[in-house]
Design a protein around this ligand. Structure first.
Ligand code: 0X9
Ligand code: CA
Ligand code: CA
Ligand code: CA
Ligand code: ZN
Length: 417
């Protein structure tokens, strides 16, 4: 880690959707289907069938209760229908994106589109952390995990009594905004910072808490560039074939690419990257967590990685349907499940093993547990479903949907020992 310094990265490129549509397989096309259609997929009632949908190359927005929301090309939609699934066209994704983002000038990215200014841009997030750090010098320490691909800092704030000292207290990590368009999660991490620095939480004295509000600064800046929402998920690292972006949540080093839970296609939204930890943002987070092994003992005991959307509490593993497997005993699985169920009872989300949603490999939670034995969860936040608005709910929901997780966060903190 080095001291946080502001880096002015090159301006984000002109918005383009070429990356989203490149590399699609040719096939029979429904004449009326948009190039990028938002679909509700019904009949994906099992994790196996949901994994097949994820592997088909579509962009999975959310999934629960046998219904998946995906963005698909006409050929991809036809291919899924040929598998016996029912696809209902809910709209033209690109037209919805343009409409949703209003008439703001393309050059303006000083804040979120009109009406959503309550969300923090990257610059506002950094400013909020700097304000928290200067208001609470004894209980915070602000630094950076390192640089993103485009050279932005990835801020990390530590919150604890005597924050400057490495005390013998269980350490806990909260990470947010690994996927660019999942902006509500940045607010979730900032809310955790607010609550822990407000003097209302006893955990400040008994834990050392690390919060990373944006694991994907470049992607989140890009997503609101030009005053329009871009629907961007991945980081902004160029690929060898001219497309842009690695999915950070398929790029972690534990069993990377093991299990057909990610794509080898650079244009795919779940592209795993050319090698494990090839994304600088992933490498930076892994290096930090690796550095918390002190005297042979991993100091971090608990972790939540926040995503949107579907209102789920998920635990490892994601790469296998098995509960007991290499790296996971029955007792360990039962512990994950028990605490996951307690957190879900507190926030009203649905608890499940990650692979119960669909198979992924190289995700952060598999690495946190598989490599470091950290009690690590994935939360999929509000809403339970929602298509485009699933990623861009109005800023009016921020307060309610972040404080909704206060109880679950406290359960995680309690059990991180
Ligand atoms: O696919 C992901 O990376 C996460 N969902 S999201 O829609 N936010 O992209 C879920 C990862 C959880 N792991 C598994 N489902 N195996
Ligand atoms: Ca703002
Ligand atoms: Ca302390
Ligand atoms: Ca410590
Ligand atoms: Zn996500």
């Amino acid at each position: 880690m080095h001291t946080l310094r502001r880096v002015f990265a090159a301006a984000a490129g002109v918005a383009t959707v070429l990356a989203l549509v490149a590399g699609q397989p040719a096939g029979a096309q429904e004449p009326t289907a948009p190039d990028q259609g938002l679909y509700q997929v019904r009949g994906a009632d099992t994790a196996t069938s949901r994994t097949a949908v994820a592997r088909s190359g579509v962009d999975v927005l959310g999934a629960r209760d046998g219904t998946m929301e995906v963005v698909a090309s006409p050929a991809q939609a036809d291919a899924l229908r040929a598998k016996g699934l029912t696809l209902d066209l809910a709209g033209d994704w690109l037209a919805m994106l343009a409409r949703r983002s209003g008439g703001v000038s393309r050059a303006a990215a000083a804040d979120f589109p009109a009406g959503d200014e309550g969300y923090h841009t990257y610059d506002e997030m950094v400013a909020a952390l700097q304000a928290a750090a200067s208001a609470h010098p004894d209980t915070t320490a602000l630094s950076s995990l390192g640089d993103s691909y485009e050279g932005r800092d990835i801020p990390i704030i530590k919150i604890s009594d005597n924050a400057a000292a490495d005390e013998d207290e269980p350490e806990v990590l909260f990470t947010c905004n690994m996927h660019a368009r999942e902006h509500l999660t940045t607010e979730m991490c900032l809310h955790i910072v607010d609550r822990l620095t407000s003097g209302a939480s006893e955990f400040v004295n008994s834990r050392e808490i690390y919060v990373v509000p944006s694991l994907n600064p470049d992607g989140s800046v890009y997503d609101i560039s030009g005053g329009e929402y871009q629907g961007w998920r991945k980081n902004r690292q160029p690929n060898s074939n001219g497309t842009v972006g690695t999915d950070p949540n398929r790029n972690f080093s534990y069993k990377w690419g093991c299990c057909d839970g990610s794509s080898t296609s650079p244009s795919a939204e779940d592209y795993r990257g050319p090698s494990a930890r090839s994304a600088p943002e992933v490498a930076a987070l892994q290096a930090f967590v690796d550095s918390r092994v002190v005297g042979g003992v991993q100091q971090i005991k608990g972790h939540i990685d926040f995503h949107t959307f579907s209102e789920l509490v998920l635990w490892p593993f994601g790469h296998t349907f098995d509960t007991v497997t290499e790296g996971m005993t029955q007792a360990e699985y039962d512990h994950f499940k028990s605490i996951g169920q307690q957190m879900a009872a507190s926030n009203g989300y649905t608890p499940d093993q990650s692979s119960g949603l669909y198979i992924t490999d190289g995700d952060i939670n598999d690495w946190m547990w598989g490599q470091h034995k950290v009690l690590s969860y994935c939360f999929e936040m509000y809403p339970s479903s929602g298509g485009l608005d699933g990623f861009y709910p109005p800023d009016e929901v921020i307060a309610e949907q972040t404080s909704r997780n206060d109880g679950a966060v406290d359960i995680l903190l309690t059990n991180a020992t």
